[in-house]
Design a binder for this molecule. Structure first.
Ligand code: K1U
Ligand code: ZN
Length: 176
């Protein structure tokens, strides 16, 4: 397994539409293992492939607590096929927007169709944090970030802050 660098705002790859996967093979399973290792190390509860610069419709989620054994879940080509009218609010974060948290309102429950690690079609009824995380990660596959749901004022402020940090890092790394 290998750790993969996570891309950070304002990297424009985060705005790409990821492509569906045609097959599930050992190469893809190796990528899933790398994603789980990268997510655990971050640490985070989810990771979409585009966050490691792979524009494919693949995401992983692990909601196990620190003192519990890992319980990674793999979602290939996930699609939300039903959302509840009931809504819930959760203070979300994103490994591509480190140390920034805002409340986001989303459907409280979703039914999703996806292909599992073995290449089998599956369906899941998700609620609670799984529903929130699944929607956050599927948004990544469509180039959508949780900051797209907050006010323009707050979004502009956070994008500006990360653009400034990226510029500083690039200037510092430039040879004399
Ligand atoms: O997609 C990502 O960037 C991962 C993100 C997932 C997520 C968090 C909260 C709501 C919806 C989706 C994260 O994992 S941010 C880090 C985080 O929430 C966390 C980290 C350690 C322990 C518990 C939570
Ligand atoms: Zn995210």
């Amino acid at each position: 397994m290998a750790l993969r660098p996570i891309i950070i705002l304002p990297d424009q790859k985060l705005r790409l539409l990821s492509a569906p996967l045609e097959r599930v093979d050992d190469e893809l399973r190796k990528l899933m293992d790398d994603m789980v290792e990268t997510m655990h190390e971050a640490p985070g509860i989810g990771l979409a492939a585009i966050q490691i610069a792979e524009a494919i419709r693949l995401l992983v989620i692990d909601l196990a607590k620190k003192d519990e054994p890992p319980q990674p879940q793999y979602f290939i080509n996930p699609e939300i096929v039903w959302s509840s009218d009931e809504r819930s609010v959760y203070e979300e974060g994103c490994l591509s927007i480190p140390e920034y948290y805002e409340e986001v309102e989303r459907p409280a429950k979703v039914r999703a169709r996806f292909v599992d690690r073995e290449g089998k079609q599956q369906e899941i009824l998700a609620e609670g944090l799984l529903a929130t995380a699944l929607q956050h990660e599927i948004d990544h596959l469509n180039g959508v970030l949780f900051i797209d749901y907050i006010s323009k004022l707050k979004r502009d402020r956070v994008v500006k802050k990360f653009a400034k940090m990226a510029k500083r890092a690039a200037d510092g790394e430039r040879p004399l």
